[in-house]
Design a protein around this ligand. Structure first.
Ligand SMILES: Cc1cc2nc3c(=O)[nH]c(=O)nc-3n(C[C@H](O)[C@H](O)[C@H](O)COP(=O)(O)OP(=O)(O)OC[C@H]3O[C@@H](n4cnc5c(N)ncnc54)[C@H](O)[C@@H]3O)c2cc1C
Length: 469
């Protein structure tokens, strides 16, 4: 670089793409050499998400290489290592997208402060959401806590600009410096349990675009009917791609809105915005209920039953199918997420936080805003939550949403030969039907670990105790 010319860095985080990337665009617009950098801290702790991140970084490296930009990989605490790295490489400003998860916000604040002491600037842009959480407030100036008015305000007031393209010309820094090889980030599992993930997913922007195109080519037209049918390929499967920012919500919005029947799908994108809005205004909700009364909820389930839930051995086929789908693919259908979460917190009376932690460890789309929101919604303790007394009956949910039992047969193969009548309630099948399907209950498939009616009564009684204080 010419003597005296400083470079500009793009600090990549959960925005692993090059298109519609304000930070990259702004850095390129300076006309100065650009250095993209990714710093692995301890924020990505779930095994499935780490597997995803490895492959997503690989894909981003290839995307950036097409712009002749090398991606520098670092490992450590960003507030400590980024300022020092920036100084060494003659960088005087860093562009990034705003984070919303409380630990990431703290990391960013500390990094910005550390950079300032060296006279360096951290510039934030919007990239994870369509609109910043502060842009929508109620008439009283506070945050929304109910989805319908939030969604109305979003629809009425947010102007969604078309997504930006990849910058045409970006100058690369002459000396990319001393980054680590990808393998040194140690993101892949030591023992390879990721075959199921490899079979289903293609991390990176190309994989995201493929899923979006596949969805818009057909499934979007049936979304409203199919999105509750777990055995159908009826949803977009964009969640991990959106979480890692391989595609922006604005790209998804604009590509979809041209489709006449996209309304119900776009509504889900607004739910995502709403979950982030809530996390921004109520950061304590990552481990405490939004509704304070629930702080005193008398959880008194048997912790030994947690592993039966984790392993999909509860004796309730829809719950077990969901938990096994999660373990094998790092993803679970939304309808089934609601059923398994409800089962944990209401049938087993185990705290929603334990379930949220297991999801965080096993989901490829593990996302603090959406996960917290989903668990608190199910447990009845969050914003706009399901009323506590609505306790899903997993057998009836199975009959309603998987009427032929296809989802269960796929993920709980030991039940595959059961007649449709018993597929969601093997414990009620006659000995002859069980024998015909080659099943001995308690040997090939568990007896239900709790009885639905008893569990329901116990949950309602716990709720009454909480209300009575
Ligand atoms: C207990 C529980 C935990 C959850 N944990 C997560 C999580 O960690 N990460 C995550 O991304 N989603 C989570 N969800 C929401 C939802 O289940 C997933 O976003 C959805 O199943 C992803 O599949 P899809 O991309 O095919 O969704 P689609 O139906 O195609 O929806 C498109 C996008 O909209 C967003 N979206 C859809 N539903 C919701 C919702 N209810 N809340 C917020 N955003 C939504 C997602 O970004 C999704 O990719 C959770 C839901 C529950 C009930």
């Amino acid at each position: 670089m010419p003597a005296g010319e400083n470079s500009v860095a793009v600090w990549y985080r959960r925005d692993l793409r090059t298109a519609d990337h304000a930070a990259l665009r702004m850095a390129a617009a300076t006309g100065r050499p650009v250095l993209p950098v990714f710093v692995l801290g301890d924020e990505e702790s779930g095994g499935a998400a780490r597997w995803w991140l490895h492959h997503s970084l690989q894909a981003l490296r290839d995307e950036l290489a097409a712009l002749e930009l090398p991606l520098v990989l670092l490992r450590g605490n960003a507030p400590e290592i980024l300022p020092e790295w920036a100084d060494r490489h003659g960088i005087d400003s860093i562009h990034c997208h705003r984070s919303y998860e409380p630990p990431a916000v703290q990391r960013d604040d500390e990094t910005a402060a550390a950079l300032r002491t060296r006279g360096l600037q951290l510039h934030y842009h919007e990239g994870a959401l369509i609109t910043g959480p502060e842009s929508l407030r109620t008439g009283q100036g506070g945050p929304y806590q109910v989805f319908t008015p939030y969604s109305k305000a979003f629809t009425d007031r947010v102007v969604i600009e078309p997504p930006a393209t990849v910058p045409a010309a970006v100058r690369a820094a002459a000396d990319p410096g001393d980054g680590l090889p990808l393998a040194a980030l140690d993101l892949l599992p030591r023992t390879d349990w990721a075959a199921g993930l490899r079979g289903l997913w293609r991390p990176g922007s190309e994989g995201a675009a493929t899923n979006l195109q596949r969805f818009l080519a057909d499934a979007v037209n049936r979304y409203d009917a199919d999105r509750n049918r777990p055995h159908r390929d009826g949803t977009s499967r964009l969640s991990p791609h959106l979480h890692f920012g391989e595609i922006s919500p604005r790209q998804v919005w604009h590509a979809s809105k041209a489709t006449r029947s996209a309304g119900p799908f776009l509504r889900q994108i607004i739910w995502r915005e709403f979950a982030h809005h809530l996390l921004h205004y109520f950061p304590h909700t990552v481990d405490r209920p939004l509704r304070p009364a629930f702080d005193a909820f008398p959880w008194d389930g048997d912790p030994n039953l947690f592993s039966a839930w984790q392993q999909g051995e509860t004796g309730y086929p829809l719950v077990d199918a969901g938990m096994r789908q999660l373990w094998h693919t790092g993803w679970m259908h939304n309808r089934v997420r609601m059923v398994v979460a409800s089962f944990l917190v209401k049938h087993l009376l185990l705290p929603w936080q334990t379930g949220a932690d297991w999801f965080a460890d096993t989901l490829v789309d593990s996302d603090l805003a959406n996960n917290t929101f989903g668990w608190q919604w199910t447990a009845g303790c969050g914003a706009d939550a399901a009323p506590y007394f609505r306790i899903f009956n997993p057998t009836l949910q199975g009959r309603k949403f998987d009427p032929e039992g296809e989802y269960v047969r796929r993920w709980v193969p030991e039940l595959a030969k059961l007649p449709k009548r018993w597929i969601h309630e093997p414990a009620a099948a006659s000995p002859m039907d069980l024998a015909g399907a080659g099943i001995v209950l308690g040997r090939d498939y568990p007896h239900p670990i709790v009885e639905h009616r008893t569990a329901r009564e116990r949950a309602l009684e716990s709720y009454r105790r909480m209300q009575a204080g």
